[in-house]
Design a protein around this ligand. Sequence first.
Ligand SMILES: [Zn+2]
Length: 432
Amino acid sequence: MTAGKIDGVNALGGIPAVGERDVSPTGDAAAMASLVLHGGERQFALHSSGSDVRRAIRLRATRSAAYKQVVDSETKPTSYIWGGLGFRYPIASTRGDLDVIARAGARLWQVLGLTGADALVSAVPVTATAEHTSLQLAALAAGAPALFPGDDTDAVLAAARLAPPTVLAVPTAAAVDVVEAAASADVLDRLTTLLLVGYPAESEREAAVAAVNDAASRDIAVLAVHAPAGARVLWGECREAAGRGRLGGTTGLHTYPDLDLVQLVDAETGEQVTASTGELVLTQLGMRGSALLRWRTGDVVAGVEFNACPACGRTVPRVVGTRRGALVVTADSGRALDLRAVAGALIGRADVEDWRVVVGGRARDGRDQVVVHLLSSADDADETVVGAAADIRAVAGRLPSQLVATDVDALAALTASVPPEAALTQRVLLRG
Ligand SMILES: [Zn+2]
């Protein structure tokens, strides 16, 4: 497939969706360098706006150093964030990309109902991640004072004493602890907004809402911001949806139609789906460092809404019902198992008639385990199990907790034992 064949959104759908394991089956971050564009003068002339190109041509004739600077700012990768679910890999940005991220940040600020008069304290780890970088650039572009003391709670409280925040940004998993600590330290007098960084599960949102309600007698909006794995900008929930009452209502994550194209694929096969649920696939438009085309994010979403937001009226596509990183399970050991690779291996075997993958807490200690139940069409089911295990190890880099051969009735009983809303895909099931 050549670049010339991609002449619109429909043609883009013909590109196979790929994720991190497709680029690097072994989980080697260095392989991701193949996604970094190496643009030069020719690419600059192809993709930049007419006025930029004219300016560059003028500079080329008169001041070659300035010319190089203009071309480099659009084509030379200079800063990197680290992303990924199963393993960490760098995502490159050019100087021009950082401008795009900052401008998206200014828009995020508006979606969140914040202004330059708001003051942010962030408890997000100060590392090169999409979350930290885009929060920092968002505050900068919105002209809002912001402190980034890191994720140490004492440091966060010290910063909040110094500059009492109107906005507190917290990694979702740490939200309750940070809010409780901040409430006991009495630094939430000015707080109007709690930002949950990383899309919360229903229970996480409820816990965060309960914590702010305990912490303050005023209305505090609890809003989620989220960057899927591979993304460089944060999407946000609009304040209008959460603002009324003391509950965290939501109409979904508001995307930027000029910067990202959101599509869904079947999480098991990677094929385009028209059904409402599926894995979120992201194409970043107008960014030149790393090229993420039809990137499989590992997020399972309940759908993408294209109608005007019922709360704020914006007509941008909204991603609803996000389960962040659901398709990559991380064990206590820190090692990750990519369920997409597991499904791919099982679909690829002719002797596997049907299968289910069950992800869930072990009753004994609550740790996540992944059990693969196989229905073999071969005479020797044990052979199928051994073969499937080898295939899974080859494409996923490690084995699930358990592989077991099963029969038709047991498979049906297994499916029936899990409520439909706990199904991540048709054959990948979650157990509480
Ligand atoms: Zn809205």
